[in-house]
Design a protein around this ligand. Structure first.
Ligand code: SF4
Length: 167
């Protein structure tokens, strides 16, 4: 084996190890984009001992630089679109986004309001949509687990290329 081949082989092995660790213990950032707090209460319920997402190794963090997953509730409006885009930009690739609730999917009951742009995917790419008003904690956990499966199968570089409509 030539010297040029060594870093590439090591990189592939290391990438797989990091990806495995990410699936087993993803760090999650929750952002309330403009919800009525109904969805946020259900997201917080996932962290309580009753639903206990930490049993899947999921840790709630407050810093986008540390997060693998972004959970967004509520509508995007003209004021918070830039904040949402900034949070997404700060997250290191590969990263995944879960849109939660009717508001996060389409603007929900607020979609006709003057200042509302619509769902999360109008600003950042979304990997999983969890419908409901609000969705139950079981549905939110299911959405997160589906996204984690995609972490395990996709190549990290696929996620780097994503990103559209960011203001
Ligand atoms: S989907 Fe329903 S519960 Fe969730 S933020 Fe919108 S109005 Fe509130």
């Amino acid at each position: 084996m030539s010297i040029e081949q060594r870093p590439r082989r090591c990189g592939g092995w290391l990438e797989r190890l990091i990806q495995h660790a990410r699936v087993r213990s993803p760090w999650l950032l929750h952002f309330d984009c403009g919800s009525c707090n109904g969805c946020d209460i259900e997201v917080l319920a996932c962290l309580t001992p009753l639903y206990d997402v930490e049993r899947f190794g999921i840790v709630n963090v407050g810093n986008p630089l540390h997060a693998d997953l972004l959970l967004v509730t509520g509508t995007v409006n003209r004021r918070n679109a830039r904040v949402l885009a900034n949070l997404y930009r700060q997250m290191a690739a590969p990263k995944k986004v879960v849109a939660i609730g009717a508001c996060g999917l389409s603007g929900g009951i607020f979609r006709e309001a003057d200042n509302v742009i619509g769902g999360i995917d109008r600003i950042i790419p979304v990997d999983c949509y969890v419908p409901g008003c609000p969705p139950r904690p079981e549905a939110i956990i299911d959405g997160v687990m589906r996204v984690l499966e995609r972490f395990g199968t996709g190549h990290p570089k696929e996620d780097v290329a994503k990103g559209k409509g960011i203001p």
